[in-house]
Design a protein around this ligand. Structure first.
Ligand SMILES: CC(C)(COP(=O)(O)OP(=O)(O)OC[C@H]1O[C@@H](n2cnc3c(N)ncnc32)[C@H](O)[C@@H]1OP(=O)(O)O)[C@@H](O)C(=O)NCCC(=O)NCCS
Length: 145
């Protein structure tokens, strides 16, 4: 399985770099804006997808958000590797980790452009949520694990 947790400082540098490149840089957000306060919390699970050529192709994270509930955040696949199953495998890995923790549902706030991807992975649209950077509508989605 090409998905694993990041371990070394090099892994984590590549992990946050890809998160920044995909989710922050295109909207002119400053370096550091890709970090969340609970990234270093022991309950937060990080996932790194390494391509056969050794490149970090995708990253994502999950944390326990409420009793019985997991939340996925910061899913980012390098554009070079998009559409090749990387996102699906990252999500499968995180959902499996959540099940092992006894969590029974997973929620996320999807960018409008990613809603159809999450629907293919079994998520249902719950409601519209926030708009990021004044221009990216998000939608709350949910899946029974
Ligand atoms: C959205 C994203 C995570 C999907 O990852 P990916 O590796 O490109 O997707 P996969 O190749 O695993 O796709 C799995 C399936 O979903 C489909 N799919 C992927 N992206 C899709 C999209 N935007 N719209 C509709 N379907 C999509 C694929 O065709 C594939 O279908 P299949 O089951 O018939 O094979 C990735 O494209 C990405 O990082 N996008 C930019 C950042 C982003 O929007 N992140 C999510 C923030 S909420």
């Amino acid at each position: 399985m090409p998905v694993r947790p990041p371990h070394s400082p090099t892994d984590f540098a590549a992990y946050y770099q890809l998160r920044y490149q995909v989710l922050r840089q295109p909207w002119q957000q400053p370096p550091g804006s890709e970090r969340a306060d609970d990234d270093d919390h022991p309950a937060t699970i990080h996932a790194l997808f390494t391509a056969p050529d050794g490149q970090v192709a995708g990253v994502a994270r999950l944390h326990p958000a409420a009793p019985g509930q997991a939340q996925v955040r910061y899913m980012a696949v390098d554009p070079t590797y998009q559409g090749q199953g990387v996102g699906r495998q990252l999500l499968d890995y995180l959902e499996q980790a959540a099940r092992q923790l006894g969590l029974t549902e997973c929620v996320l706030h999807a960018r409008e452009s990613a809603v159809a991807f999450y629907q293919r992975q079994g998520y249902h649209l719950v409601a519209s949520s926030h708009t990021l950077f004044g221009s990216i509508p998000h939608f709350l989605m949910r899946k029974e694990l």
